[in-house]
Design a protein around this ligand. Structure first.
Ligand code: AMP
Length: 489
């Protein structure tokens, strides 16, 4: 049953902001979580990005803080009352933006602090007083230690993408931050999965939480056409181009497992004339924001990225997702392909499986609870990049690239030998379909204009223009103006 926001009896100031964003009905996580948080209960929510979980925790927090809404200019009248912790700068920035939108008609103040930016403007904001503080753990600790913020009046804490925070190693930071907070508070924990570690965290810091699960962690959308192609590493780029061209795909995510691999792949695709940008953790904050903006605006067609950098980003649904590498962590597969094929739009998820991926494919089959059929894909000889050899280092492959591939193989503990190609003439394998998932309910909103031609359709010759990563930025969000990169967080 759909439930509308009007049933919640939110403050008219919040209702107005919601209406302005064009939302009438709540998403499943919102319908379940908002009433519970309004009652002041702790919540343990299993929800992925794209489900509307930001509003699910932001709206009830703001509603409950309306009793503190005041127009005083005194910082003392605006202590931090809600703390939202996220694993990455991009996520923190994205959530803070949404908090601002929902709170725009109230006098409740909010700000965001994360690493990679100068601390001074953040300090100035904190000193003015804010009710909602969105932060990454490392930078928040810096501010706590510098006594830029006091957290003894915090009433609400949100640990968003908690599983990822633990993956990144933020547990000690989280424990320290939580030790600064009053014991009497509402704590909300959102995570894509409820692993034993997450359950331990919840047991330590949540009181009698209500568990809300809107989708199993292994759910993939029924509207996503999934293919697993057995191909050699050397053929991946050619196959990627071939599929983009043949399917007339306008924009796509290409996921790789390592930062170095990500940068290299983006560079080589760019050299081949594909309009590409890269998103990985070694990029500066400014470069990461630029890459995102370029993709969102349709200025680039391919976003080559790693999981950590791309996790949780609110990028509108894209027509296709390529797993250039099978993810080390099977759950990342679900996150990756969750970016395509939302209701109303059919999406394509293509995974390139090489001989050394047997163990990872086994993990994936276990998570998805089904056998995944590998399809053979024959590449015509003339489609192979010039200088193709069967073994050893390829002519177009830099020595470091070969070394990196070896290192990745070693870290996986699998033998480096190559699996033989499947014989040609094999009967076509039906795409694997996953069970329906009502969460993926947003149609694709193309950012390209209807007549725009993706770069792979015109990519006969490499383009001479500069990479979008080094073009001067046209638009600088006010938040980042004149903020030199200081450190990472
Ligand atoms: P989130 O999971 O919070 O990152 O939200 C994913 C996207 O859904 C964002 O673009 C939100 O603005 C959007 N959204 C949030 N709530 C709703 C809603 N009730 N109806 C439609 N879209 C929503």
């Amino acid at each position: 049953m759909t439930q509308s926001f009007s049933q919640l009896s939110l403050s008219p100031l919040l209702e107005r902001a919601v209406a302005e964003m064009g939302y009438e009905n709540m998403t499943p996580i919102q319908a379940q979580a908002i009433p519970v948080v309004l009652q002041g209960r702790d919540v343990m929510g299993a929800a992925q990005t794209g489900t509307g979980k930001t509003a699910a925790f932001t709206l009830p927090l703001l509603q409950r803080m309306m009793k503190h809404d005041n127009t005083s200019t005194s910082p003392a009248r605006h202590p931090v009352r809600a703390l939202v912790l996220l694993p990455t700068r991009e996520l923190a920035d994205q959530v803070a933006e949404q908090v601002k939108l929902y709170a725009k008609y109230t006098n409740l103040r909010s700000t965001v602090v994360f690493g990679g930016m100068d601390m001074k403007p953040q300090t100035a904001e904190l000193k003015k007083g804010v009710e909602v503080l969105v932060a990454t753990p490392g930078r928040l600790l810096d501010h706590i230690e510098a006594k830029n913020c006091v957290l003894n009046q915090v009433e609400y804490v949100v640990l968003d993408e908690a599983d990822r925070m633990l993956d990144i190693g933020f547990l000690p930071d989280l424990q320290r931050i939580l030790s600064y907070l009053p014991k009497q508070r509402t704590t909300l924990l959102f995570s894509a999965t409820f692993s034993p570690e997450i359950k331990r965290l919840a047991n330590s810091y949540l009181q009698d939480p209500v568990t809300i699960e809107v989708a199993r962690s292994n759910a993939t959308a029924s509207t996503v056409e999934q293919h697993f192609y057995r191909i050699d590493d050397d053929d991946k780029r050619s196959v990627l181009k071939k599929i983009l061209q043949e399917r007339g795909i306008k924009q796509a995510f290409v996921f790789v497992n390592s930062k170095l691999g990500c940068a290299r792949l983006a560079r080589s695709l760019e050299r081949e004339g594909l309009n590409t940008t890269a998103l990985h953790g070694d990029k500066s904050q400014d470069e990461r924001l630029k890459a995102l903006e370029a993709f969102k605006s349709g200025a680039v067609d391919l976003l080559v990225c790693t999981d950590v950098a791309a996790r949780g980003l609110d990028i509108k649904d894209v027509p296709a997702v390529f797993n250039f590498d099978i993810p080390f962590n099977a759950e990342d597969y679900v996150h990756r392909i969750g970016r395509t094929g939302r209701a109303g739009a059919s999406g394509l998820a293509v995974s390139f499986v090489s001989g050394r991926d047997a163990r990872l494919m086994g993990d994936l089959e276990k998570l998805l609870g089904k056998k995944l059929e590998l399809e053979a894909l024959e590449l015509e000889a003339d489609k192979r990049p010039a200088g193709h050899f069967n073994d050893g280092q390829r002519a177009w492959q830099q020595p470091e690239e070969a070394r990196e591939q070896r290192e990745i193989r070693e870290s996986r503990g699998s033998r480096p030998e190559r699996e033989a190609r499947a014989p040609s003439g094999r009967p076509p394998v039906r795409p694997v379909r996953a069970p329906a998932d009502p969460l993926f309910d947003k149609p694709y909103e193309p950012t390209l204009s209807a007549d725009a031609t993706p770069s792979w359709e015109t990519a006969q010759k490499p383009t001479s223009r500069l990479s979008p990563n080094i073009k001067p930025r046209k638009k600088v969000p006010a938040l980042f103006k004149s903020a030199p990169v200081a450190e990472s967080g």
